[in-house]
Design a protein around this ligand. Structure first.
Ligand SMILES: Cc1cc2nc3c(=O)[nH]c(=O)nc-3n(C[C@H](O)[C@H](O)[C@H](O)COP(=O)(O)OP(=O)(O)OC[C@H]3O[C@@H](n4cnc5c(N)ncnc54)[C@H](O)[C@@H]3O)c2cc1C
Ligand SMILES: NC(=O)c1ccc[n+]([C@@H]2O[C@H](COP(=O)([O-])OP(=O)(O)OC[C@H]3O[C@@H](n4cnc5c(N)ncnc54)[C@H](OP(=O)(O)O)[C@@H]3O)[C@@H](O)[C@H]2O)c1
Length: 258
């Protein structure tokens, strides 16, 4: 085995589920030695027809305790990685770097009462992992999962979210979670209408949650579209909420997808 081969393991696709023509979920086997914290990402590799391997970062959807790995992917038209990934079928191989990466993890926050998880598109992935791990339910009194998509058909993992309260280990704490979806390019019953940034600016997000965004109590994680992250960070900064760094604990943690 060469040194580079030792840096990754070869996993097998167990399931692939299309959600829309541009979104799908995939589940793979998991190397027994692959450890991660909820909210982290893996580097996935696919081998192209010319024999070269292309690598991209993917957040785990599954919890650190699941025996499998699950991912939620966009298909970028002409995208080097997703063109290959979306062609894979059950039984095919996917390379997974042996190390997990990323700081969108609960240890970013030393305190806080209300956790806001703000996502666009596939950026919901790390939050699904966090919600399937018990730590978040112990650490926070209220958890607001906010999920912004263009069209209602892009709202993924609705069944997983609906079934979370039925998991035995969450029965007593599941009431802490509020799920707030927002659909930006059509009206959708049961969802808000407008970008996360607009909903923060006009107060609609806090009204929908019945919870105030405040530096004292709120801790905010942002994931997905880089412009959403920049714009939301600017809004939160105006309210006294800043990036949490190890040398200066704050209220905000981010993961930018491109
Ligand atoms: C830390 C991290 C975690 C990530 N986790 C995920 C994940 O869980 N699921 C996932 O689908 N992608 C995720 N990504 C993005 C992923 O790494 C690739 O960018 C994506 O697979 C597209 O690869 P590509 O080669 O086809 O296109 P690229 O050449 O990588 O991207 C081309 C363009 O496509 C758009 N784009 C890329 N990714 C997305 C996306 N996720 N949603 C919307 N538009 C996008 C951007 O405009 C980008 O410039 C993550 C990225 C980072 C940095
Ligand atoms: N052709 C299609 O049917 C189709 C469908 C899906 C995706 N795509 C392609 O896939 C790529 C990604 O699409 P995506 O929908 O997953 O991701 P996206 O463009 O990041 O949109 C996801 C959500 O984030 C919101 N958003 C975008 N910028 C924001 C900002 N600055 N502040 C706050 N919210 C913001 C969007 O609202 P807005 O709706 O207001 O932008 C939408 O609700 C795009 O390049 C797109 O071309 C195409």
């Amino acid at each position: 085995m060469t040194a580079s081969e030792e840096k990754y393991s070869r996993q097998t696709l167990l399931d692939v589920q299309p959600l829309t023509p541009s979104l799908f979920t995939l589940r793979t086997t998991r190397d027994a030695g692959f450890r991660f914290r909820a909210g982290q990402f893996a580097r996935l590799g696919v081998v192209k027809a010319d024999g070269s391997t292309v690598w991209r970062a993917y957040s785990m959807v599954s919890s650190p305790f699941d025996e499998f790995l699950e991912f939620f992917s966009i298909v970028v038209p002409g995208g080097e990685f997703t063109s290959e990934l979306s062609r894979l079928q059950v039984g095919d191989s996917l390379l997974v770097d042996r190390q997990a990466f990323g700081y969108l993890t609960l240890d970013r926050f030393v305190d806080g009462r209300d956790l806001w998880l703000l996502s666009t598109g596939t950026g919901i992935a790390p939050f699904l992992s966090i919600l399937q791990d018990f730590e978040v339910w112990e650490k926070f009194d209220r958890i607001m999962l906010v999920y912004s998509v263009r069209e209602a058909k892009e709202l993924a993992y609705q069944q997983l979210l609906a079934e979370l309260p039925q998991r035995e280990y969450l029965a007593e704490v599941a009431h802490k979670l509020q799920f707030i979806s927002t659909v930006t390019r059509e009206q959708h019953p049961g969802s808000l209408h407008g970008r996360i940034t607009q909903l923060i600016e006009n107060g609609e997000l806090e009204r929908a949650a019945g919870v105030e965004l405040s530096p004292e109590h709120s801790r905010v994680m942002l994931c997905g579209n880089p412009q959403m992250i920049d714009d939301t960070r600017a809004l939160l900064k105006q309210r006294g909420m800043n990036l949490s760094l190890s040398r200066r604990p704050g209220q905000v943690a981010v993961e930018t997808y491109w």
